[in-house]
Design a binder for this molecule. Structure first.
Ligand SMILES: C[S@@+](CC[C@H](N)C(=O)[O-])C[C@H]1O[C@@H](n2cnc3c(N)ncnc32)[C@H](O)[C@@H]1O
Ligand code: SF4
Ligand code: SF4
Length: 322
């Protein structure tokens, strides 16, 4: 069913199918890899429940299929259950990306409405809490995962590889296996002026990702496609098609194409109709410019670009993967 909807987006609507919503600016961590916590005080400008519900209706109307709630820390929103429930009610597939600190407290309220739960854990030891400057975070996240498991939600650990955790992949794989969940690895994206000191060299990344490929071949539950993992071992470039696959909504409702780098704003969801935006000449011209950009490492950008370009090896892997 999703496949048919995705094909319709690609060939009939020619518009994005996923919304990445930074649902709040609030965050309880102070991560070295990510500076979004610095915006915590700005949470007074976060969209209200009603504004988000209106945005979800508009997104559905514009052909959006997937709603991803991230942040900041999404579980810090008191209305997170209401929002996810509404997204499910109107037929959207929901993903929540969380640092997991509040999962124990919130799992009953949110899990019935989540299709994919991604919990960020970057090292299966104290390094994780150190890197995120949040004591007890790893243990809370692990306990939260255990309580959140159910028959309908896919749960995965999301691990960002920086130069601090190059040797930690194996421990994370063991953790994922013990918990009975999948795992996704991605290299850190550069945030200029903030995390330069954490960026691994090309050779360091190559070594880690070669190992991850071997682990995947030996049956560990790694969700990344081989095509994706190989980008960091063979230095190949991809053609970015992100703006045809997803759109980012900032906590205050501003619409942006690329989270980490391009600061191109497309107005605010309180005013702009997404359907009109996706059809606009300016938006479609941006897509042509974007194709020459190649700086993001996230699976979201690279795998959706492979999908958009109908990369045959990638598609076969996705069709036949569990
Ligand atoms: C911005 S966070 C928001 C959700 C939640 N606060 C969390 O940490 O999971 C979403 C995802 O981006 C990842 N992330 C943060 N900084 C990153 C960076 N510089 N490069 C790549 N991914 C990053 C996080 O680890 C997390 O998995
Ligand atoms: S990665 Fe998540 S937990 Fe860390 S600062 Fe960014 S938003 Fe907060
Ligand atoms: S690779 Fe460039 S164009 Fe594509 S999402 Fe990243 S910053 Fe945007």
């Amino acid at each position: 069913m999703n496949a048919i909807k995705l094909l319709k987006n690609r060939f009939v609507l020619n518009s994005p199918y996923r919304i990445l919503h930074l649902i709040t600016s609030k965050c309880n961590c102070r991560c070295g890899i990510c500076n979004l916590w610095k915006n915590s005080l700005g949470h007074k400008n976060d969209l209200t429940t009603d504004q988000i519900i209106k945005m979800l209706d508009d997104a559905r109307n514009a052909g959006i299929i997937f709603y991803d709630a991230l942040g900041g820390e999404p579980l810090l929103r008191d209305d997170i259950g209401i929002i996810l429930k509404y997204a499910k009610k109107i037929g959207l597939k929901t993903t929540v990306v969380t640092n997991g600190y509040y999962l124990k407290e919130k799992h009953n309220e949110i899990m019935p409405f989540i299709d994919v739960l991604a919990v960020s854990i970057d090292s299966n030891d104290n390094l994780h809490d150190e890197m995120r400057d949040c004591r007890g975070l790893r243990e809370e996240a692990i306990e939260g995962i255990k309580l959140s498991k159910n028959n309908r939600t896919k749960i995965l650990i999301n691990s960002i590889i920086s130069n601090k955790n190059l040797t930690k992949a194996y421990g994370l794989l063991e953790l994922a296996q013990d918990l009975g969940v999948s795992i996704c690895f991605q290299p850190i994206d550069l945030i200029k002026g903030y995390n330069e000191n954490l960026i691994p060299t090309k050779n360091e990344l190559k070594e880690v990702f070669n190992k991850i490929i071997i682990f995947k071949k030996s049956g560990y539950p790694i969700t990344n496609s081989y095509e994706y993992l190989k980008f960091f071992t063979n230095g190949k470039k991809y053609v970015c098609c992100a703006s045809k696959c997803f759109i980012n909504i900032e906590p205050n409702g501003d619409i942006i194409s690329c989270m980490h780098v391009h600061d191109k704003k497309w107005g605010n969801v309180k005013i702009v109709k997404l359907k009109d935006l996706f059809k606009s000449k300016e938006y479609n011209e941006f897509f042509i410019k974007e194709k020459n950009c190649n700086i993001c490492n996230t699976a979201c950008v690279i795998e959706s670009s492979l999908f958009y370009r109908f990369n045959p090896t990638f598609l076969m892997q996705k069709i036949f993967s569990k």
